[in-house]
Write a protein that binds this ligand. Structure first.
Ligand SMILES: Cc1ncc(COP(=O)(O)O)c(C=O)c1O
Length: 369
């Protein structure tokens, strides 16, 4: 029996046609018509006027911080329950991350803790330069109160929607909030370009600056002139072709992941699944649940059956690399990490494979009775 992965790539079927077009046109470069079209199509889908296709979501986070002027001596506040890339980018610009706990409504950044923390920081005269709100596992954070708290203190908001493309918050697309937002098209994401990401925003000058930095900071002169340190962060035209095929198939993917989520909920009524917050419609990028007693035994059993499953993200304030970093709260994220697991959730997961996952877990439950 083939291994069942957590979230493997899922082909839409039209990738080869678009790739062939890219190859035949000889645009084998980190620019070209598919890059332009992918940016335009994503901007329309997310309802953000400007988009920049990049080599990864991490690169998009790095450029977001750069163009907002985040640098050494600044703090960046973010959800502690996230993938490490959110925090790594802060270090690329020399800034200091501060980690904020989750709330139980969505498992995302607690807006009350953020608001309170910003009020206290303002009183001390040491506000962060930016806040990064992460939309975890396909579900938006409670972005409205988060944006209000940031606006009140003149703090920039970046939405890390790497995991949430296709989700909504009060009917608006994930990735359309914040001064800037980012997406990831890594191989495990809801759409993939094998590796890739995008930066989106409403202010043209920020996106222009990011585009300039992403292309080795070349001034518009005949010779090579550089007035800033640049990066080689642009997306290949070949990969953008793949991304366009995948994006056109997004709604089917969201529906498939949500159906898998519903099947797991039905199969395990005794578990506490990641709640669907009333303010949004998640993509269920990964189905996550809390199991009180035998989480590691379930993971072991799944692994023995050649099924990939994992604990939730380990909170950043518990990571050795961020030892000593300041955290605001943290107990909620710690409990989620201690008891949470993510189940195979790919949009290509067949119902037979879903049954295999469910039966394997049930056998584990019986073994513990
Ligand atoms: C929340 C979050 N932020 C950022 C990233 C980084 O994206 P990438 O892998 O495309 O660099 C990821 C995933 O990989 C992620 O899950």
């Amino acid at each position: 029996m083939a291994r069942i992965y957590l979230s493997p790539p899922d082909l839409a079927g039209t990738e080869l046609d678009l790739l062939r077009d890219a190859v035949e046109s000889n645009w084998i470069a980190p620019l070209g018509p598919h890059v332009d079209a992918f940016e335009a199509e994503m901007a329309a889908r997310i309802d953000m006027p400007h988009a920049l296709a990049l080599s990864s979501g991490t690169a998009a986070l790095h450029l977001a911080l750069e163009v907002l002027g985040v640098e050494r001596g600044h703090e960046v506040w973010m959800s502690t329950l996230t993938f490490a890339a959110t925090a790594f980018a802060t270090h690329y610009v020399g800034a200091t991350p501060v980690f904020i706990d989750s709330e139980l409504v969505s498992w995302n950044m607690d807006p009350a803790l953020l608001a309170e923390g910003l009020d206290t920081a303002a009183a001390r005269g040491k506000l962060p330069k930016a806040v990064i709100a992460v939309d975890l596992y396909g579900q938006c954070a409670d972005l409205e109160p988060i944006a209000v708290a940031c606006r009140k203190h003149g703090v920039f908001l970046i939405e890390d929607a790497a995991e949430a493309l296709g989700g909504t918050y009060h009917g608006r697309p994930a990735g359309s909030f914040g001064d800037l937002s980012i997406l990831s098209f890594n191989g495990n994401k809801i759409i993939t370009t094998s590796g890739g990401g995008m930066l989106l925003g409403r202010r043209k000058e920020w996106l222009d600056r990011a585009r300039y930095l992403a292309m080795q900071a070349r001034s518009p002169t005949r010779h090579y002139e550089h007035a800033a340190i640049g990066y080689n962060y642009r997306m290949s035209n070949l990969l953008a072709a793949v991304g366009r095929a995948q994006l056109a198939d997004l709604d089917r993917r969201v529906a498939a992941r949500r159906a898998t989520n519903a099947a797991y909920r039905e199969a395990f009524p005794q578990w506490t699944f990641m709640p669907e917050a009333p303010f949004g419609r998640p993509t269920c990028w990964l189905t996550c649940a809390l199991v009180e007693t035998s989480r590691d035994a379930i993971l072991d059993r799944l692994e023995r059956a050649d099924i990939e499953a994992r604990p939730l993200w380990k909170p950043m304030h518990l990571q050795p690399v961020f030892a000593g970093a300041r955290a605001i709260g943290g107990g909620v994220a710690e409990r989620l990490f201690a008891h949470g697991l993510c189940l195979p959730s790919g949009s290509s997961l067949s119902s037979a494979d879903r049954t295999r996952v469910i039966e394997t877990i049930r056998a584990e439950d019986h073994a513990h009775r």
